[in-house]
Ligand binder design. Structure first.
Ligand code: PGA
Length: 250
């Protein structure tokens, strides 16, 4: 059985005070529900978010990290700095990092390996653009991103990887993949993992869906056999929308 895993990607939103206020609202809503819940605030709010979630069911993750451990990399934040704050999970390869900041599969893979080497858990994002989908290439693109992103990652390390399938055309657009379409890609991802790591590893892998997940569509997505969680952007920014997503009815 795979434990449902819902993560909120706050992107470039929330000051430290706003982050603490939202966590205070979220804390009482999540308990022994057999679900994992994580928030990923911006770097500046991570330290206080870790403190604010202590003793709660809420985990804290980062949205990105540098591809190197340290050095002359002005403006970057390293894996060692995240660990220093008590952060145990990092989102890597988000489509905004790829599209706006030029991260390639190779960059993403370097970061994935570094994070895993340093003992973090990784949420690795993959997903096709609208052009790629319209050209009938969605499966090929996603398969290639999975393979390249996990290059050099061993079976033991894979247990600390969650994959997040986020069709780029569904992110922040209000346009969600249909549960069936999303599940078809998830199924293909699981088969790709089975080929490479074996059936058991594939069976255990958590694959989140992301892209305009809302209280009104989460249950239908989660009802799909290969959708194990959600990576939520816009709707993770308020308690009113994030709580019902995490506590969706089965
Ligand atoms: P969205 O973002 O829920 O606002 O579409 C999802 C994401 O980018 O992770």
């Amino acid at each position: 059985m795979r434990t449902p895993f819902i993560a909120g990607n706050w992107k470039m939103h929330k000051t430290v005070g706003e982050a603490e206020a939202l966590i205070a609202e979220l804390r009482p809503a999540f308990g022994a529900g057999g679900r994992r819940v994580l928030v990923a605030p911006p770097f500046t709010a991570l330290e206080r978010a870790v403190a604010a979630t202590k003793g709660s069911a809420i985990e804290v993750g980062a949205q990105n990290m540098a591809a190197e451990r340290s050095g002359a990399h002005t403006g970057e934040v390293s894996v060692l700095m995240l660990k220093d704050l008590g952060v145990e999970v990092v989102i890597l390869g988000h489509s905004e990092r790829r599209a706006i900041y030029g991260e390639t599969d190779a960059t993403v893979n370097t970061k994935v390996r570094l994070a895993l080497e340093e003992g973090l858990e990784v949420i690795l994002c993959i997903g096709e653009t609208l052009d790629e989908r319209d050209a009938g290439r969605a499966e090929d693109v996603v398969r290639a991103q999975v393979t390249a992103g996990l290059d050099g990652v061993g079976a033991a390390e894979l247990t600390r990887v969650t994959l997040a399938y986020e069709p780029v055309w569904a992110i922040g657009t209000g346009r969600t993949a249909t549960p069936d379409d999303a599940n078809a890609i998830h199924r293909m991802i699981r088969a790709t993992i089975a080929d490479r790591y074996g059936a058991e590893a594939a069976e255990q892998l958590i694959i989140q869906y992301g892209g305009s997940v809302k209280p009104g569509n989460v249950a239908a997505l989660m009802a799909q056999p290969d959708i194990d969680g959600a990576l939520v952007g816009g709707a993770s920014l308020t308690a009113d929308t994030f709580i019902p997503i995490v506590n969706f009815d089965v």
